[in-house]
Design a protein around this ligand. Structure first.
Ligand SMILES: NC(=O)c1ccc[n+]([C@@H]2O[C@H](COP(=O)([O-])OP(=O)(O)OC[C@H]3O[C@@H](n4cnc5c(N)ncnc54)[C@H](O)[C@@H]3O)[C@@H](O)[C@H]2O)c1
Length: 278
């Protein structure tokens, strides 16, 4: 396990008004971080937050100036038109990386997604799965949406900025980070908010990450993917979705191998993805 480097103190949190951003605003200060917040939407109760779009290069440059690291959550988090995804997630992430490079920021934690590999068939059979049956981190990318495609791009962009400019990134293929899992599929990919904060902290403090790609979830009994690259950062998940399993399965039934919504890692994103409302 890599030795933890000195924890970066000041961290820019983009997408700070969103669901995950709100959870992390609550949890990360306990690890000693001073958070600088950015979102295109104002954040209630946070008068110092930067209200800026990822298209505003000048604002991004000022936002990253002097921070030790960036947690990049901002962007369209569901399916949308290619044009909107291109602007927010592809050009926006490029703008963020350019600003970080220009200001000498050493590390980004990038919110990638399971939807970068969403068409990957989920492990068959009963959980818990043998380690060999888990989806490896180097499984070929199989985006399930334009949204997933933009996360694939973000991972490649991160690799490029490491190889070309020495800017480190941990790309976290987040499963579902909510207070509780709400579907039977989520039992396999759920990341508790507490484990999310543990994983982001590990991604900010591990030594020599280069560009590392990790799956982001708790240590779920029904896990579908291999957490070893996340654990190699020093991440030790504390939670397991199994406490919610009986109730969710009673309400929704077990996953059905004949149902296309249940066949792949990306769930319903492969068939009928939820659409970004704006
Ligand atoms: N929550 C999850 O379980 C989950 C799972 C996989 C990946 N992710 C990724 O993590 C990140 C956060 O997810 P979330 O659930 O909090 O999403 P969210 O939609 O709640 O939050 C995204 C935030 O980004 C902001 N934003 C969107 N476009 C922007 C732009 N052009 N400029 C500035 N801000 C912009 C929005 O205003 C919003 O506050 C996203 O990148 C998402 O794709 C989240």
């Amino acid at each position: 396990m890599p030795a933890p480097r000195t924890a970066p103190r000041t961290v820019l949190l983009t997408g700070a008004a969103g669901g995950l951003g709100t959870l992390m605003r609550g949890l990360l200060p306990a690890y000693g971080y001073e958070l600088r917040l950015l979102d295109m939407r104002p954040i209630e109760g946070e008068p110092d937050a930067i209200t800026a779009d990822l298209g505003d290069k000048k604002a991004l440059r000022e936002a990253v100036r002097g921070v030790d690291a960036v947690i990049h959550l901002a962007g369209i988090s569901l399916e949308s038109t290619f044009e909107k995804i291109l602007k927010a997630n592809i050009e926006g992430t490029y703008n963020l990386y350019e600003a970080a490079r220009e200001e000498g920021v050493g590390r980004v934690v990038f919110a990638s997604s399971n939807h970068a590999v969403g068409f990957t068939p989920r492990p068959e059979g009963d959980a818990p799965h043998e380690p060999g049956a888990l989806i490896p981190i180097d499984t070929p990318r199989r985006p399930d949406t334009f949204y997933g495609l933009s996360k694939s791009f973000g991972e490649d962009l991160a690799q490029f900025y490491w190889d070309k400019h020495g800017l480190e990134t941990v790309s976290v293929r987040i499963g579902s980070c909510f207070l509780e899992p709400t579907t039977v599929r989520m039992l396999s990919v759920w990341m508790s908010p507490g484990d999310g904060a543990r994983l982001f902290h590990a991604a900010l403090t591990a030594e020599h990450v280069g560009h590392s790609v990790v799956y982001g979830s708790s240590a779920n009994t029904r896990l579908w993917w291999d957490l070893s690259t996340a654990r190699a950062l020093g991440y030790e998940p504390q939670d397991d979705s199994e406490q919610y399993a009986a109730k969710l399965i009673a309400e929704q039934g077990e996953l059905d191998p004949e149902n296309p919504d249940h066949a792949c890692l990306g769930g319903a994103f492969v068939t009928n993805p939820p659409v970004w409302p704006y």
